[in-house]
Design a protein around this ligand. Structure first.
Ligand SMILES: C[S@@+](CC[C@H](N)C(=O)[O-])C[C@H]1O[C@@H](n2cnc3c(N)ncnc32)[C@H](O)[C@@H]1O
Length: 530
């Protein structure tokens, strides 16, 4: 995940800000599949209610209205973030505005279904700004009633009042009465409607839901869908000091954990068995750049499952090190590298040289900034190039490790990017071709015989993941590859994600403890044997 956690447009790993994360509740331990509103615990409902205030509401409503008018509203919460009024809000109000906005974004399908049961639709009508404003107020009001348990007065009255506050759009009395009447209906009968006539899948594109059900079965698919509606906690990966051994790194992890716990007023940060640190959700440190030791470049934000590909590669190359080459001399290629979470890990592991390839000039900048903040510039050669064409120039130092974290549908990160759950199926075709071309080029033209390639996606679709690796292994021309299976106990906490092929298939909502809420990921480790 993005090391400095700065929101960026078109970033498939785009994350919600910590302001929101500090408010967003986690899913309950036992996920209630049908009663979607139960996703929010009663404590969080109280919290949401106590934080409510009209200025946060008006910002959320106006910004939602604005985003409805945009042609490309893929990740609508970006409109909120870019809204100058939002920037001016106090930290807590900002968090509440985001909570409102992102709840609508995640639950729009269910909200629309409940609301439409109380309205007569008139789809042919051209939507005017005033209608969009009313529609936004209804969605924001309904989200408070259906999913956030905000008290009636605040959810209805204060939201309706927002309609009168718009500086440019004049709303008529009948329109105000209409919004008020709909929200009163939602208050009276909405929960029953929600529970009897909607399902979690109303928020997800039908083709995607169908894929999940076909691949993972009804039960798991529902758990995945529920987990995708919640918000994952924040995790960080900690930089290894050069020359430090495991014991010294563990000491460092404890120091950093304690820093976060102290700064968070006793709310404990937790070191996970594989090495990530979970940051307690209620800590209110402000933006990530204000968090302890950020400026010292000691850590970067990274989901635990996003850290797996580099760990798997490192483990394999440590074995190789014993036999053939010293780690400090090894040349590793990160083929699709921005914004740089995995590049940071590879540099931190102490490989001799890490070449980070990235095709997007725009995404190179955050990668460079991250490397500079983490003081890893010297270790890392950043190259703007197409990973399907780049070849190493130095024959004297063959590449023994390639990480191919290929561009994908990002359907495993729905909890951070609700828009990925609304992608159309036709985005897949081009991605599938690019993934194959990247994997083939990495295997045939970059990786040395005896070296290891890790193929990874943050996708829940087997077409982009398992099927691609099966295809790569079955090729008759080009490099001959075989699976180097991930072993039980190799990456603590992830044994249950190892499939029958020795590949990692992490599903949101399935693992235990803190890992329950991590992103969906796929990781296959392959060795070039000829
Ligand atoms: C899943 S993201 C990589 C995330 C990154 N590994 C990390 O951990 O932060 C995929 C990246 O591949 C880049 N990309 C897409 N097509 C590419 C290509 N042909 N060559 C190199 N990079 C490509 C995208 O711009 C995107 O930054």
């Amino acid at each position: 995940f993005c090391p400095n956690y700065t929101p960026r447009r078109n970033d498939p790993h785009y994350g919600l800000s910590p302001d929101l994360l500090s408010l967003q509740p986690r899913l309950p331990t036992v996920v209630k599949v049908q009663a979607s509103s139960d996703v929010f615990s009663s404590t969080s409902k109280k919290e949401a209610a106590s934080l409510a205030n009209p200025s946060a509401r008006s910002v959320a409503v106006f910004s939602l209205m604005d985003s409805l008018g945009k042609k490309n509203r893929s990740f609508a919460v970006q409109h909120l973030e870019n809204d100058p009024d939002y920037q001016r809000l106090e930290k807590r109000d900002k968090a509440f505005a985001r909570l409102l906005f992102s709840t609508v974004e995640r639950r729009q399908g269910q909200i629309d279904k409940v609301v439409s049961s109380f309205t007569r639709s008139n789809k042919s009508q051209k939507i005017k700004a005033a209608d969009r404003l009313c529609r936004s107020a209804i969605s924001i009001g309904a989200a408070q009633i259906l999913f956030l348990g905000v008290a009636e007065h605040a959810a209805i009255h204060d939201t309706v009042e927002v309609l009168r506050m718009h500086p440019k759009i004049k709303i008529s009395k009948p329109q105000i009465n209409f919004v008020n009447a709909i929200l009163r209906n939602v208050q009276r009968k909405g929960m029953v409607e929600l529970e009897t006539n909607t399902t979690i899948y109303d928020n997800i594109e039908p083709w995607l839901a169908k894929e999940w059900i076909e691949t993972y079965g009804e039960e798991k698919a529902k758990v995945i869908a529920e987990a995708s509606m919640g918000q994952s906690p924040i995790f960080i990966s900690v930089k290894r000091d050069s020359q430090s051994n495991e014991a010294q790194h563990e000491e460092k992890l404890k120091r950093i954990r304690d820093c976060f716990s102290t700064a968070g007023g006793g709310d404990e940060a937790t070191i996970l068995p594989h090495g990530s640190i979970e940051i307690p959700k209620h800590q209110n440190f402000g933006g990530v750049s204000q968090w302890p030791l950020y400026k010292d470049g000691e850590w970067w934000v990274q989901d635990p499952s996003a850290s797996l590909p580099a760990i798997a590669l490192h483990n394999a190359l440590c074995k190789l090190e014993d036999n053939q080459q010293k780690k400090e001399a090894m040349h590793i290629v990160d083929l699709c590298s921005a914004p740089g979470g995995k590049t940071s890990q590879l540099c931190s592991f102490g490989f001799g040289k890490v070449t980070a390839i990235e095709v997007s000039k725009k995404r190179i900048r955050p990668l460079q900034e991250n490397m500079a903040r983490l003081k890893m510039e010297e270790k890392c050669e950043i190259v703007v190039a197409d990973g399907r064409e780049w070849i190493p120039s130095d024959d004297s130092n063959p590449v023994y490790g390639v990480l191919a974290d290929v561009p994908c549908s990002a359907t495993g990160v729905g909890s951070r990017r609700p828009d990925v759950l609304r992608k159309q199926a036709d985005v897949l075709e081009e991605l599938l071709t690019t993934q194959r071309e990247l994997a083939v080029h990495a295997a045939d033209d970059i990786l040395a015989v005896g070296g290891t390639m890790v193929y990874a996606t943050c996708s829940l679709l087997k077409q982009e993941s398992e099927d691609q690796v099966k295809w790569l292994l079955s090729r008759q021309d080009g490099a001959v590859m075989e699976t180097d299976p991930i072993m039980r106990g190799e990456i603590p906490g992830f044994d249950d994600a190892i499939d029958e092929n020795g590949w990692l298939r992490v599903l949101p909502g399935i693992l235990s403890g803190s890992l329950k809420y991590c992103d969906g990921f796929f990781v296959a480790r392959l060795k070039r044997i000829r």
